[in-house]
Every structure is written in structure tokens, then in C-alpha cells.
Ligand binder design. Structure first.
Ligand SMILES: *Cc1c(COP(=O)(O)O)cnc(C)c1O
Length: 431
């Protein structure tokens, strides 16, 4: 499969090149040249297959023969080595829990898949080392550190804002050591991201050190996220129409679900839930698409003012606005509404959400309210509440069981380097 740049000013490349480059030379996002359909055979046999079999079938055409079949199967099996349970919480409302991976956030799937693809490409090229450079506001860095830890030929450099990630998130970034380097930036997440962008444009660095990114702009991190939707549709069985409600920030996750739908996965509709950063809901309710600087909220993994994957969603619907709007609804909620939803659902059903999942839940409720047809709604719980202890309602914090791996993590010593300017980053990357 070849990948084109959505800026249309750079040539098509192989899967391998798209993964290694991250972003096209014209700064466009890579996008598959065509969207393969799931086979009739797969769809008619859907409920008898395992998550791993479904995933392998869905992803294989995007990679073609660039990774041998047996190796790709190993990569998929290792990526999906934990469950993705769907649980009913209310009538017509279920939750898809995406936090049973090693870092307790859905980003584990994309990070593990990308790390293994890059590891394979490195083995077979004898290339020099490649550096994965990434800025994180919390969850990305942990998933990337865990996914890439110990992968031969790959060095990882993670920038995170000092004092602005939770204690557990910081431990997830800083306790690996080895090929994982954590840089604590005296600044905000935006500063971290600006430094990373500058490094990707710095010829002096690129000459010494090939670099790629591990954000959802990378096709190997973005596309495998379709796996959760395959698993959830299988678990729901084939009764009513299914709608998914996805708490969204950079729109990589929801876009992967829409990709699966384009391939023939029977999904009826998508709902995006956001916090105060509501560029997309505003657009969907009739406005123009107008990116803004991000504002801080308690669902901070979604504090994104200009979602990078939205262009891929537009591409999926051939840049036809009306068509896109017929497939997608959007709602936004403030911090107070989010906390209230967490409390209410816990009181009613003893189901504990964290702030991102709670926005997915609220968006689904808004959509279902007054809807005439019968559908089954599924909202995505994108992280475990333990990752957001500092913002959860106080009276619920004591209800949160600390998972065993997190207890161990808290004991481990941190390795980090403080930096305060681009010059500091540059000297580390040139070293
Ligand atoms: C990253 C993240 C999101 C947003 O996902 P996108 O794919 O960027 O839309 C939502 N919730 C949590 C917990 C996250 O870590």
C-alpha cells in the first residue's frame, strides 16, 4: 500500500517510509492511497473470530508485503495482549474499556504496534539508529516509553512540561531508562511541542540523527486504533445499530473508527465529545472550522485547539461537508458537567469514569436524548481513573483501586534531564 500526503505536494511513499518519516516532506499527513474493504467472508464470520484475527485481517492490506505475514501476525498478537471489554452501564449504553494495557490508556495499542513495526524495519535495513522524538502532555509519553522500551535500534526522547503531568504519568515516563530518555521542560506543553517541531526542521540535527514522531500523525500509531472498534462490534453482536461516542483531542482515535467503517465495519454513527476545546463540535453544528489556541481543562489529554487528524476525517468523506456531517455529531462539556457526570453515574450504577470517558458518556447521552430510532450506544473509556487522581472528585478517589503495576512503578527511581530552551534540546540531540 502506498501513502499520499494530504498536502498533495509530496510524492506517494511505502508504508515503511511513511512510518519512518512520520510527516511528509511537504508537512502533510500521510493517508492510504485507497481504502481496502473487509472481505464478505470476514464479515459473515465476524463473531467467531478473535480480536487478533480480526485485527490482522483488517490491517494487512495497509502493509502489504512490507512486513512478512508471520511477523505481522506476531506484531498484532503482541500489540493486543490485553482485553478490551465492553460492559453495559445503562439501558442502551455500554462502555468500551480501553485501559487494560500496560500504561492504562488506549494509546498503548498504537504505541506498541508502531514500536514493533519500526523495530522490524530497523532489523532489516541495517540502518543507523532512528530517534523517536515526542512531546507529551501525559498519556502519549508513557505509552511510547513502554511500547519502545528495549526495541533495538530505536532511541526515544520524550519532552514533558515540568509540574504539569500527574505523578503516575511522570513515573511512567522516567523510570524506564535504557533507550528511553525523559526531558523535563521548564515550560508548558505548547513549549514542548514547539521545541519538537523546531527539531524536525533543523537540518543540522537531521543530518546526524534520523528522526520520526510517535504522535497519532504517524500512520503506524493511528491506523491500529481501528482494532478497538472491531473488537467492540464483535462483542456487541449483531442486533441494533451501533453508535460510538469518542472523547476526542487530536481525533486520531475516532478517525481510526471511521476508517474501519469505510472498510465495511457496520457502525451507524459517530459522536465526538470534547471539553472546552470545541473546534469540531462548533463546526459540526453549522459553524466554520476555526482552530483556536487550546485552553486548560481537567480532561487535559484533550486540550487541543487544532486537531491534527481532522484533515484525515475530511479525506475519508472526500472533503464532502454534508456527507461528513451526516456521519458525525459533536457535543462539548465543561469541567463542572464532567465531574457531575462522574459522581452521578457512580451513585446510580457504581461505575467509575475518569474525566475523558465521562465526556464520551455525556456526549452519548446528548445524542440519544430525543432520538427516535433504537440504537446501542458505546462510549470509550480512554484511560483508567487512577491516572487522574488529582482531578477526580475527592470523595471518589478513595474508591479507586491502585493497580499492582502502578504500585510497583511508584517505588522505582526516576531518570530525567531538565531543559529550559531549544538550545538545550539541540545539544542533547547532537551529542
Ligand atoms: C490522547 C487521549 C485522548 C484523545 O485521543 P485523540 O486520539 O487524540 O482524539 C482522550 N483521552 C485520553 C485519556 C487520552 O490519553
Amino acid at each position: 500500500m502506498n501513502y499520499i500526503s494530504l498536502n498533495k505536494k509530496a510524492g506517494a511513499v511505502s508504508f515503511r517510509e511513511a512510518v519512518v518519516r512520520g510527516l511528509a516532506p511537504d508537512k502533510g499527513l500521510y493517508y492510504p492511497e485507497n481504502i481496502p474493504m473487509l472481505s464478505e467472508e470476514l464479515l459473515s464470520n465476524f463473531n467467531n473470530l478473535s480480536d487478533q484475527e480480526l485485527a490482522l485481517n483488517a490491517i494487512r492490506p495497509f502493509i502489504g508485503d512490507e512486513i512478512p505475514a508471520t511477523r505481522l501476525s506476531t506484531i498484532v498478537n503482541e500489540t493486543l495482549s490485553f482485553p478490551f471489554p465492553v460492559k453495559q452501564v445503562e439501558e442502551a449504553i455500554s462502555v468500551l474499556e480501553l485501559y487494560h494495557g500496560p500504561t492504562l490508556a488506549f494509546k498503548d495499542v498504537g504505541a506498541r504496534f508502531m514500536a514493533r513495526c519500526l523495530g522490524f524495519f530497523n532489523e532489516t535495513s541495517g540502518d543507523e539508529k532512528i530517534t523517536v522524538l515526542v512531546a507529551t502532555s501525559g498519556d502519549t509519553g508513557g505509552a511510547v516509553a513502554d511500547g519502545f522500551f528495549g526495541v533495538e535500534g530505536v532511541e526515544v526522547v520524550i519532552l514533558y512540561p515540568k509540574g504539569k503531568v500527574s505523578e503516575i504519568q511522570e513515573k511512567q515516563l522516567t523510570t524506564h531508562g535504557g533507550n528511553i530518555r525523559a526531558l523535563e521542560v521548564d515550560g508548558t506543553f505548547d513549549d514542548c511541542q514547539a521545541m519538537v517541531k523546531q527539531a524536525f526542521l533543523d537540518a543540522e540535527i537531521l543530518e546526524k540523527r534520523p528522526m520520526t514522531s510517535a504522535n497519532s500523525i504517524n500512520v503506524a500509531r493511528w491506523m491500529p486504533q481501528m482494532f478497538y472498534y472491531l473488537s467492540a462490534v464483535r462483542q456487541m453482536g449483531s442486533s441494533d445499530k451501533i453508535v460510538f461516542s469518542v472523547p476526542s483531542g487530536n481525533y486520531g482515535n475516532i478517525c481510526a473508527g471511521m476508517l474501519a467503517t469505510k472498510m465495511g465495519l457496520p457502525i451507524h454513527h459517530f459522536i465526538t465529545g470534547t471539553n472546552a476545546n470545541k473546534v469540531v463540535p462548533d463546526y459540526l453544528s453549522g459553524g466554520i472550522y476555526y482552530p483556536k489556541p487550546s485552553v486548560a481543562t481537567i480532561s487535559n489529554a484533550m486540550d487541543v485547539g487544532d486537531p491534527s487528524n481532522f484533515i484525515r476525517i475530511r479525506a475519508l468523506y472526500d472533503f464532502d461537508e454534508d456527507l461528513l456531517k451526516s456521519w458525525m455529531s459533536g457535543y462539548s462539556f465543561n469541567d463542572e458537567q464532567t465531574l457531575q457526570a462522574i459522581r452521578k453515574l457512580y451513585e446510580a450504577e457504581e461505575y467509575l469514569m475518569e474525566p475523558h470517558g465521562a465526556i464520551g458518556y455525556l456526549a452519548l447521552k446528548s445524542f440519544l436524548n430525543g432520538l427516535k430510532e433504537t440504537v446501542q450506544g458505546v462510549f470509550l473509556e480512554t484511560a483508567h481513573p487512577v491516572k487522574f487522581l488529582d482531578v477526580m472528585p475527592k470523595e471518589l478517589v478513595e474508591k479507586i483501586e491502585i493497580p499492582a503495576p502502578i504500585k510497583q512503578l511508584i517505588q522505582k527511581p526516576a531518570h530525567k534531564t531538565g531543559i529550559s530552551s531549544y538550545a538545550d534540546l539541540k545539544s542533547i540531540l547532537l551529542d
